[in-house]
Design a protein around this ligand. Sequence first.
Ligand code: PLP
Length: 405
Amino acid sequence: MSTSLHTIQQQESALLIHTYDRVPVLFERGEGVSLFDSEGREYIDFLSGIGVNALGHGHPAIRAAIAAQTERLIHVSNLFFHEYQAPLAARLAVASGLERAFFCNSGTEAWECALKLARARYHRASDGKRKPRLLMMKNSFHGRTLGSLATTGNPAYRTPFAPMLPGVTFVRFNDVAELEAKFDSSVCAIGMETIQGEGGVYPASREFLEAARELTRNSGALLMLDEIQCGLGRTGKMFAYQHHGIQPDIVTVAKPLAAGLPLGAVLAREDVAASFHPGMHGSTFGGGPLACAVAVAFLDEVSRPGFLEHVSTVGTYFADRLLHLKTRHRSIREVRAVGLMLAVELKSSALAKSVVTKMMERGFIINRTHDVVLRFLPPYIVQARHIDAMVDALDEVLAGGHANA
Ligand code: PLP
């Protein structure tokens, strides 16, 4: 352990509010799919800062956009115009089929805005006389602010902060009968992640998405999809719902949008967006010129011919290799994958924890979520050779795990 890491650990432990149990590694530099620590050790990044560094580290187009924009203008506030919100919104509208955008700074802020839009629309329709309900999913994750927490279907995140926002009903994810049973005219929106991320990489089934679309379309309620983790190219399509041919009314995005700078967005249908008027929502930092200029550069890269095909092709290759691994290790319960969002569910939490540590020792960054799930969110630029190296290492680590078990 380098002295500087040790010093930083001591300082942080004395100075920071203790919200993170960090891995004792100090990263100093990144290049492509690699990160380098303070001792010069290389790690292949299969987590991308939890889905953020989708173009890897130090991508030339992102560096150029940051350099050019910081020379000109970093912040002006939303009291004034700048050049980049409109072109960014235009690209997102073409990609999503949703005409309007609001920009904020994070995933949870995007989801908060979506919740406010749904409530505002219902209030307007009912003249404020009826109380709206939100139908949300068990095992979901939408962020750490109180509105997002109230709609996050995992008691562990919510309980310490009770009481929660009223008017939220949870439904078992992918249970069409329960969704239909809990739906009525008091529901202003059905909300879900198109692929549950923190919950362990569980895709919504087509049947479930179609049922949610049907119920909401017929009643005038909204279908809101959280694509903060699975959207913007991660699954090989710009949005994960596009695998199913359904069109939501609201979509939230964030993580990779500005390739490492904080930026979130809510995309909404024209008539849904009309529920807000000036003064009802806003953000000091959201959608500033620097983040928006970088997001334009990010979307232009992802939209290049063949880019998303690469994500699909390497994603399929990765999934096949993991499925083969499952035939070799009884400790693997299930493999789940859509594009470059993949999971290996193990049978034991202790094993999952030790696998992550041992993979780190071998120079591969992976993550454990939902206790027993190894999660892989590599940069979109990952190649088959990186996947081979990582899966071979995982194979050896799991073989060691058996021996120790
Ligand atoms: N929604 C989903 C699906 C997420 O995966 C996350 C973060 O992991 C969030 C919302 C919250 O995003 P943020 O941490 O940027 O607030």
